[in-house]
Design a protein around this ligand. Structure first.
Ligand code: F6P
Length: 364
């Protein structure tokens, strides 16, 4: 058994539904053991800032409905530049890597933290684990991402709710597509992995789905649309993951030059110009996929992950990441998980087979 008395918890990377459930579950589980729990604000920024930004949790903090909502009550950060920090008077200061480690170590020491629970994606975990290592702080990771490509786990917090949002969007698009005999193209998130697009497309009964993991041809898309027409179907639903390349092999970037968005517009423009006179419209779902109340599935996953993480700390087991494999929650070495990078869609896996079995065009 460990000597743990005080822990910190933070959320890092892009937000998603279920983060507040996870924060609450970490806090309630640790408070039940008689520990002190500190919520660090805006990912690691709360420890880098002076004065530090954090709050000490009590059970009372979770009386409010906030714990049931999307987003993160602690705030988060996915800018990837921790060196730029806000000072007490609101101005920005540039810190060196050494200064960051020093502040991280001093901050954790000042709060008396025995360990840190990091709720984040693989990118955040890689960065924060380095700080923890350099500062001598124990860590346990809990995976979250709507992309569901976190290494070594079949499920990550936020995916189930985001997938439902994609399905609901397709349900809504289907009725208007049907009314107007249109091809509706829905662009969903998924920078490097198509889990959200593919599973959303299966649940939302789409006709075409393009994901980064499977090569496709523009001709294949047109052929599918023509087949649907030939069968008497006057409308179609097409899902594209934001991370696919155009048939010319180019990514379509957002104006920030960092994230992808807009590849659906490419298809709308090109398909509209076909002699078939396809009547095409685009919907880019964007950050809608990251908001909203978490579904029961995400609340249960977040709660199970959090309780497991706190139990690990109680047993003195650290530098682990909580994972879910074949429906069972367990944990893996942090270093091993970081070596795996991310988990894309398996082109020979069950979801792809199901989509093909349904007659969906998902590439060659
Ligand atoms: O990694 C999750 C994710 O939602 C991606 O699917 C998407 O490309 C990215 O975050 C968008 O991030 P941002 O919050 O910077 O717009």
């Amino acid at each position: 058994m460990s000597e743990i008395k005080k822990i910190g918890v933070l959320t890092s990377g892009g937000d998603c539904s279920g983060l507040n459930t996870a924060i609450r579950a970490v806090a309630c589980s640790a408070l039940s053991k008689g520990w002190e729990v500190y919520g660090i604000e805006n990912a690691t920024d709360g420890l880098f800032a002076r004065p530090m930004r954090y709050r000490q949790f009590s059970f009372k903090d979770f009386d409010f409905p906030y714990a049931r909502l999307g987003g993160t009550m602690l705030g988060t950060n996915n800018s990837g530049n921790p060196n730029l920090q806000m000072t007490a008077d609101g101005t920005m200061e540039e810190l060196t890597d050494e200064q960051l480690v020093e502040r991280f170590r001093d901050g954790a020491k000042e709060l008396g933290l025995d360990a840190l629970v990091v709720i984040g994606g693989d990118g955040s975990m890689a960065i924060i684990s380095k700080f923890c290592q350099l500062a001598g702080i124990k860590m346990v990771g809990i995976p979250k991402t709507i992309d569901n490509d976190a290494p070594a786990t079949d499920a990550a917090i936020g995916f189930a709710t985001a997938r439902n949002i994609v399905m609901e969007a397709l349900d809504r698009l289907d009725t208007t597509a049907n009314s107007h005999q249109r091809v509706m193209i829905l662009e969903v998130m998924g920078r490097g992995a198509g889990h959200l697009a593919l599973e959303g497309a299966i649940a939302g009964m789409a006709d075409i789905c393009l994901i980064p993991e499977i090569p496709y041809t523009y001709e294949g898309v047109v052929k599918k649309l023509r087949q649907l027409r030939a069968c008497g179907r006057s409308h179609a639903l097409m899902v594209v993951a934001e991370g696919i390349k155009t048939p010319e092999g180019k990514h379509v970037f957002a104006t920030n030059g960092r994230t992808f968005t807009g590849v659906a517009n490419y298809f709308t423009e090109r398909l509209s110009a076909e002699p078939d006179k396809f009547n095409v419209r685009t919907t880019i779902l964007g950050h809608v996929q990251r908001g909203g109340t978490p579904m029961a599935q995400d609340r249960i996953l977040a709660s199970t992950f959090a309780v497991h993480a706190v139990d690990l700390l109680e047993q003195g087991i650290t530098d682990r990441v909580v994972v879910c494999r074949n429906g069972k929650v367990s944990d893996m070495s942090l270093q091993e998980v970081l070596k795996i990078a991310h988990t894309p869609v398996d082109p020979k896996g069950q979801a792809v087979q199901t989509a093909r079995g349904l007659g969906m065009y998902i590439g060659e």
